[in-house]
Each structure stands twice: as structure tokens, then as C-alpha cells.
Design a protein around this ligand. Structure first.
Ligand code: SAM
Length: 276
């Protein structure tokens, strides 16, 4: 077994190349996520916390445990997902959503398919609430992710004050409570907006999706990049199938699906419509 780096001697837990390969294969099998070979140190530092908690002394032992314990698989996946997100990330998508809602006020269901900690579905909810001038429009917003920890954070709706610094003053006052006392430096999404978003666990690579069709809009941003090409196409095809014929599919800034003209046609920067 080859050691991963010369720093191995200083590591708290033994961690070999074959341990890293096992992590990669478990992650691809259970989440579809392809890890680059350069991520070996990241894997060590993120999973070392689990070994400490469980008082397990080697990665080989830990990985045997993950393979046999469903609950630990959840921690394993939570530890290895990348959850970077922000309110109104890629802002042109929210302008496009607002335009879409104005043209299609009959919109009923929006799915945010890799919602991470909630900033994205709450940005969708703020857009919906602003367009309809109501916290109770007839629009269901479903936010899903494979990571149970980020979903919990989304449900709580508590964020650093700095995370809303780019928002307009109107948005800040209308959609957030400002923390006081022990909560200074934090904001909380107002209850009315929180109630507009439903958070659920959903693995995009699983055959069972707990999402009702038809959907009007799907936001699936910055997650397909972790999947291989055949998986991307399969997921895109399933999603397109759930969209209504004048629906809208919103992709991440580095996700391009023009190679699938049989599934989608571009209708803006990283925005597609289904081809039925
Ligand atoms: C980089 S974040 C993107 C968050 C948000 N969509 C955005 O663009 O700001 C990627 C998210 O995809 C989720 N994810 C990774 N694999 C997934 C899978 N197989 N099914 C569902 N979500 C997954 C991760 O947990 C993470 O929260």
C-alpha cells in the first residue's frame, strides 16, 4: 500500500492511496460525485473528524464501517459535499425568473435541486414574493439536497449578517430579522419567507425523486459538474421530463447542455427550455 504524501508520518490516522481510492468509489456509487485525485488532503481532513468522533484509528477501519452502516454513510456524504452558495448567486438567473413569473403568473411549482444551505431557494422565494407582492402566492418551492446537514441549516434560515451585504435595503428589511444580543452578527429569514420553502432530502442519482410534476421551473445549479457525462445526461433527461412544455431549466455558470439539443434548447445565459 502506498502512502499518500510524505507528511503521512505526521498524520493522526493511517491513510493510504487505497483508502483514498475507496473513498472515491464509495462517493461515486452513493452520490454520483467524482473526486479529483488532487482532493486527497481534503478528504483526509474532512473525514478525520468522523474518525475522532467514532474513536476509530485508521481509515481502512472507518471505510469498512461506512460500507456497512447506513447512518454513517449519511455523515460520510455530508462531510464530502461542497456546499458553496450565496444569496442571489448569478443574479441574472433571478431577473430571468422574475420575467418568467410575470409572463407566466400561473406558475405553480419551482424545484431547487441542489439547494445547499438555503440561500438559493430563499432567493427564489424573495423573487416570487416580490413579483406577486405576497408571501402566500400559489407557488410551491421545493428545495432538495443530498446533504442532511445543509438542509437543516436551510430550514433554520439563520445566516451571517455579511451574507446579505449585497442585497438591497428593501430586501434586507422585508425578508430578514436582524439578530440582537447573542445573535448579533446574524440574520434570520422572516417566518413568512421560510414557510414558502419546503426542504427535503433528495439524491439526484437515486431512482426515486420525491418531487411532484409538472414543474414550471428547475434550478439545478453547480451540482452537475460533480457528475460524469452519462449521469448528467440521465439527470437532465429526467428533469426535462418533469417540466411543463413552457418550463425553464436554470443551470450553473459552468454547466453547458447545448450538446443535448434533443433535450433542451438555450433560452438565455445558462438557461434552457425543454424540447418536447
Ligand atoms: C456547490 S453547491 C451548489 C449550491 C447551489 N445550487 C448554488 O449554485 O449556489 C452543490 C450542492 O450539491 C449537492 N449535491 C452533491 N451531490 C448531490 C446529489 N447526488 N444529489 C443532490 N445534491 C447533491 C451538495 O450537497 C451541495 O449542497
Amino acid at each position: 500500500m502506498t502512502a499518500l504524501q510524505s507528511t503521512d508520518a505526521h498524520r493522526e490516522f493511517s491513510y493510504s492511496r487505497s483508502d483514498f481510492e475507496r473513498v472515491k468509489s464509495l462517493l461515486v456509487k452513493h452520490a454520483g460525485i467524482n473526486l479529483a485525485d488532487s482532493k486527497d488532503a481534503m478528504v483526509y481532513s474532512r473525514l478525520a473528524r468522523r474518525l475522532r468522533v467514532l474513536e476509530i484509528h485508521s481509515f481502512t477501519e472507518y471505510l469498512a464501517y461506512v460500507g456497512s452502516c447506513k447512518d454513517e454513510m449519511e455523515h460520510f456524504i455530508n462531510a464530502l459535499t461542497t456546499n458553496l452558495t450565496a444569496f442571489f448567486r448569478e443574479p441574472h438567473h433571478f431577473d430571468a425568473l422574475a420575467n418568467y413569473l410575470v409572463k407566466r403568473p400561473q406558475t405553480k411549482r419551482i424545484w431547487c435541486a441542489a439547494s445547499s444551505t438555503g440561500e438559493e431557494p430563499y432567493s427564489i422565494a424573495m423573487t416570487v414574493a416580490s413579483v406577486f407582492g405576497s408571501f402566500t402566492p400559489n407557488v410551491q418551492i421545493i428545495a432538495t439536497d443530498i446533504d442532511s446537514k445543509v438542509l437543516q441549516k436551510g430550514r433554520e434560515g439563520v445566516y451571517a449578517l455579511s451574507s446579505i451585504s449585497q442585497l438591497s435595503n428593501d430586501h434586507k428589511t422585508q425578508f430578514f430579522y436582524k439578530g440582537k444580543g447573542a445573535q448579533t452578527g446574524k440574520v434570520k429569514v422572516v417566518d413568512e419567507l421560510r414557510k414558502m420553502v419546503q426542504f427535503d432530502l433528495l439524491n439526484l442519482t437515486s431512482p426515486n425523486w420525491c418531487v411532484d410534476a409538472p414543474l414550471d421551473v428547475i434550478f439545478c445549479r453547480n451540482v452537475m459538474i460533480y457528475f460524469d457525462r452519462p449521469t448528467q445526461r440521465k439527470i437532465l433527461a429526467r428533469m426535462v421530463n418533469l417540466l411543463c412544455s413552457d418550463g425553464m431549466y436554470v443551470a450553473g455558470h459552468s454547466e453547458n447542455f447545448t450538446m443535448y439539443p434533443e433535450l433542451v434548447a438555450p433560452m438565455g445565459k445558462t438557461i434552457y427550455r425543454p424540447v418536447n
